[in-house]
Design a protein around this ligand. Structure first.
Ligand SMILES: Nc1ncnc2c1ncn2[C@@H]1O[C@H](COP(=O)(O)OP(=O)(O)OP(=O)(O)O)[C@@H](O)[C@H]1O
Ligand SMILES: [Mg+2]
Length: 267
């Protein structure tokens, strides 16, 4: 279970990026984060991998305070999939995937490419799961298409069996057909590995299609929290072009009832 308790984030220049967000995300839920540019989506996600600390309030993962944990320790539990893939283009696909296990491999071994057989097998298994073939394994990442590179990024993210996966606009650089394929894959992988996903998107249609739950932020506030079918065109219109609930801290739609099995998985 992930929990934000009355969280604020103020940057030194005075920008209030997050204002009083409280939120619980049960284990295994695929939660899409919507909101206009500058709304605070990335800041919210970055508080989960320790890259940004709340100015006020607390963020918990599995009952433990995130700000008490080192970034190194958090890397074992929280993986990230990036908009620009963040792979090492000159390195092979295999080494890029294996680099997802760096938190558990001594630096000198990793530097020499000496990963244990168990991790190599796991990397192969994950590459298979994301739909890449054995012929891709030794290719340089720079020789792959954008969609294939994001598949490598997803395989890398699952190397540590993360409890949480943060996907910050994972399909923003991809065309619509490839985007759907990548979100289908993320959804399937998170189900199969019981991983909680927080995925920021700019496309409400994709949010409705793939989210178990959708939240929206605007000007740092939580302004919507509901099931996909509750994200109507009117709500989207207000979120992107109107003034959706700027003046209130309450979401416009009540927090949905969680599925019993998700609640149990979170326990
Ligand atoms: N390091 C920083 N210092 C000061 N302000 C920042 C910093 N990082 C982000 N901000 C500000 O915080 C607000 C939220 O930014 P954030 O990147 O979280 O938005 P976002 O919803 O992810 O936007 P986008 O959709 O464009 O990625 C913005 O006003 C941004 O300018
Ligand atoms: Mg962002």
């Amino acid at each position: 279970m992930l929990r934000f308790d009355s969280v604020y984030k103020r940057f030194p220049d005075g920008t209030e990026a997050i204002r009083n967000i409280s939120l619980q995300v049960p284990r295994g839920q695929f939660c899409v984060v919507l909101g206009p540019s500058g709304a605070g989506k990335s800041t919210l996600l970055r508080m989960l991998n320790g890259l940004s600390k709340p100015s006020e309030g607390s963020v918990y993962l599995g009952g433990e305070l995130i700000c008490d944990q080192s970034v190194q320790r958090l890397r074992k539990k929280v993986a990230t999939v990036h908009q620009q893939f963040n792979l090492t283009p000159r390195m092979s696909v295999a080494l890029n995937v294996l680099s997802g296990a760096l938190p558990q491999v001594p630096h000198w071994r990793a530097g020499l490419g000496l990963f244990p057989a168990s991790l190599r097998e796991k990397a192969c298994q994950l590459l298979d799961e994301v739909g890449l073939t054995p012929e891709h394994v030794s290719r340089r990442v720079s020789e792959l298409s954008g969609g294939q590179q994001q598949r490598v990024g997803i395989a890398r993210a699952f190397m540590m069996d993360p409890a949480v996966l943060l996907a910050d606009e994972p399909v923003a650089s991809l065309d619509p057909r490839i985007s759907r394929g990548i979100l289908e894959l993320l959804h399937r992988q998170s189900r199969n590995h019981n991983t909680t996903v927080l995925c920021s998107l700019h496309q409400p249609d994709l949010a409705r299609e793939f989210g178990d739950r959708i939240i929206a932020v605007n000007q740092g506030r939580l302004v919507f929290d509901g099931k996909p079918e509750q994200l109507t065109d009117k709500v989207c219109e207000e979120l992107y072009h109107g003034a959706l609930n700027h003046d209130h801290n309450k979401p416009v739609v009540a927090v949905p009832e969680f599925e019993p099995e998700l609640e149990m998985a979170a326990a």
